[in-house]
Design a protein around this ligand. Structure first.
Ligand SMILES: CCNc1nc2cc3[nH]c(NC)nc3cc2c(=O)[nH]1
Ligand SMILES: [Zn+2]
Length: 378
């Protein structure tokens, strides 16, 4: 491993990245106004200012460092000015760890019935009350400044998959112009603005997007437009093309990823931060994540299984309750059942990133990856 001194960048500084072997995997420390955090890291998703079914105290207990909230949702309800009046998102939801807000781009394209995208921004209909809404780089950045997250995201377009080369090219160029407008609109000190690399599934567009955004000098970079239905090998190929072009002393955030096998591959390419609704979403339909794959604890097979979900798991659910009990709660539509599967899934992913960090620091990441993939894809 080689120690690595990054120059101090305001707030989202990236330093002590420790490279491991010939893979791009690295263990780093991310500096924010709410603390210094270890990477690789998984960020639980708290879309509407709550990570569904768990409390801030439980999140802290399970080792969550930074959580994600969605600007699109909070902008529509309860409104980002209201959150600012409440003292900002940290106060509003009583979370004193790190918060990252997305810029609404993705939700507009994936939630609201899309109206149209112009150079100015994106018009859409609210998925809540059908009202006509409009988001632009300026509006999205102002909303995020009101929310007061530690890390905010530039306004971008997540190119759908598949997309024609010409569309991907024009959209990527516009996203770069939007990144510049986001930068100009961002006037709040004590907050890091990350750009988002696009380029669809086209190697040359990915390289152009990364190079253009790097020359605009952001404190960190999201990699967007992935985990949108493309085959995993295509996602990995885009990472291979993109990550090496990003500054080593700045964090790389792969948006919307994912399952443990994707995390371990992305870490190998040099990704530091992840967010995904998968662990909390599948928990709510009774699926638990384990190192051997998924365990649908709601299945009849577990009716009399008095073992925990995972005997080696240190989470509150596995330390105190059996599969039979959790299955009973889920079958009875008891809220506590969803809480237990959610606590387990979040703990599993947070613990998994901690294990990857340890492996990197001990220079054994590649064997860690081999062993995990052999067990997980079984
Ligand atoms: C910050 C908002 N912009 C933004 N969010 C995203 C969220 C994603 N979530 C997934 N898979 C679940 N892919 C994503 C891509 C983007 C993307 O390209 N852009
Ligand atoms: Zn557990």
């Amino acid at each position: 491993t080689c120690a690595f001194a990054g120059q101090k960048k305001v707030l989202a500084a990236y330093e002590e990245a420790v490279k491991c072997g010939y893979s791009g995997a690295r263990a780093g420390r991310l500096h924010t106004p709410h603390g210094v955090f270890d990477t690789p890291m998984f960020m639980p998703v708290g879309t509407q200012a709550t990570v569904k079914a768990v409390s801030p105290r439980e999140l802290k207990e399970m080792g969550a460092q930074i959580i994600l909230s969605n600007t699109y949702h909070l902008y529509l309800r309860p409104g980002t000015e209201l959150v600012a009046e409440a003292g900002g998102l940290h106060r509003f939801m009583d979370w004193d760890g790190g918060i990252l807000t997305d810029s609404g781009g993705f939700q507009v394209f994936s939630l609201g019935p899309l109206r149209k995208i112009t150079e100015e921004g994106a018009a859409f209909r609210s998925h809540i009350d059908g009202s006509t809404q409009f988001l632009s780089p300026e509006i999205a950045i102002k909303a995020q400044m009101n929310l007061g997250a530690d890390i905010i995201m530039a306004f971008d377009e997540c190119i759908p998959y598949p997309a024609e080369y010409q569309y991907a090219k024009l959209s990527t160029e516009r996203t770069t112009r939007w990144a510049e407008r986001s930068q100009k609109a961002h006037t709040r000190s004590g907050q890091a603005l990350f750009a988002i690399v696009q380029g669809g599934m086209y190697q040359d567009l990915r390289r152009v997007s990364a190079n253009d955004l790097v020359s605009l000098d952001f404190p960190g970079y999201g990699i967007g437009g992935l985990s949108v239905g493309e085959p995993k090998p295509v996602m990995y190929e885009m990472l291979e093309q993109t990550v090496p072009l990003l500054p080593e002393n700045k964090p790389r955030y792969l948006m919307g990823v994912g399952t443990p096998d994707c995390l371990v591959e992305a870490v190998r390419y040099g990704i530091d931060m992840f967010d995904c609704v998968f662990p909390t979403r599948v928990a709510r339909n009774g699926t638990a994540m384990t190192k051997s794959g998924r365990l649908v604890v709601k299945n009849a097979a577990y009716a009399k299984d008095f073992l925990p979900i995972d005997e080696n798991c240190g989470c509150y659910a596995c330390q105190n309750f059996s599969r039979a009990y959790i299955r009973h709660l889920l079958k009875a539509d008891e809220i506590f059942g969803l809480r237990l599967t959610t606590i387990h899934n979040l703990y599993f992913l947070l613990d998994f990133t901690k294990k990857m960090r340890q492996a990197i620091l001990e220079d054994r990441f590649l064997s860690f990856r081999e062993e995990f993939l052999a067990q997980y894809c079984k």
